[in-house]
Design a binder for this molecule. Sequence first.
Ligand code: SF4
Length: 449
Amino acid sequence: MALTGLDIYKMLPKTNCGECGFPTCLAFAMRLAAGQAELDACPHVSEEAKAQLSEASAPPIRLVTVGAGDKAFKVGEEQVLFRHEKTFYNPCGFALLIEDSMSDKEAKAKIDQVKSSQFERIAQLLRADLVALKNSSGDASKFAALVKKISDSTDFPLILMSEKAEALKAALAHCADKKPLLYAAKKDNYESFASLAKENNCPLVVSDESIEGLVELSDKISGLGVKDLVLDPSSRKPSTTVRDFVYIRRSALRQKLRSLGYPVIAFPAEESKDSLEEAVLAAVYVTKYGGIIVLKSLEPWKALPLFVLRQNIYTDPQQPMQVEEKVYAVNNPGETSPVLITTNFSLTYFIVSGEVEASKVPAWLCIMDVEGLSVLTAWAAGKFVPEKIALFIKKSSIQDKVKHRTLIIPGYVAQISGELEDEMGDGWKVQVGTREAGDIPAFLKQWKA
Ligand code: SF4
């Protein structure tokens, strides 16, 4: 159980010197207990107290890294139950399952599928994160051969799944340096699995059908020195899985129960034989609170909506998504091309630029920084108003790129056209564009300066 603020206070120097940024040691202790301060901020705490306090200052859900190098996958360290309370930090990972009972052709098709499941959306690359390799044949050498082949041909972080420690050991001979996630320590094998994880410095999945069993096992395994754990409440019944995931997250965050303070892994692939249902279950686990989600297949129809859902859930709700302020050239524009302006809210930019591109009319698109707000919100907030727009246009150097002096503004702010024309001066005319982005192509095709 985590320490309370008063427990922590008893171990602090109690000099109230204020060097930690808080007026008293008690205030610092309370913030530390709430996970809102770092112990390092106090330069006077003793080494002995530091050791005892490390538990209180550790994140309530441990950050676990699977893999090594640039492609390493990080999961955990979440601090809130609900995204709107603050944000979720480390997006869940999708893993594609490949079994050693598959033919070479089937295994290759799976790898091709995971490699090709990539989409670009709102300037982010959406893709799968891991490959799960399962020893379903029970044959250690067959499993090791599959692991070697996949490890040599891809840089995806790996999950190695076997009932037998010997099979994992044989597989680790080919990929231990890639720090795969080992699956799974259970009541009857946890000592040998923990020993393998410790020797190879790999993270380890702890699996049990009951929450009590998971608490007992994670305590035993962390006591053996393996700290990077992932929990698998393995009922394989969707309603029970959701209940367990919520219980684990609540226990870690609200009760500060260290035994459950780890990310969780979900297996919709083992909860349904139906591919559509598997996708629906995976979507549930994206929202409630899957850390790694293992899928049987990743066809585009399944991958794209899941990746987009993840992108939305793990976008910081307090930080509007925004693009860089600048003049964007669309369709290779020249000095007689139309000049449009809009705001730097990502969705606005991508929708407007997409329509301009689709029109095939060369155009200049001036994107103004309004802290990621949409047109009407930015106008209402006083950020997309005549004096600021005029200033932006002047410093944008668009006047050096075109011979005409016509600026097309979004139809939603038609009311600022007169005032903006006055602010702009220098012969600039302001033309009111369309309200809806979908009408831009028709508007541009008939446009004349
Ligand atoms: Fe107390 Fe340490 Fe903060 Fe000083 S720096 S007020 S001793 S907690």
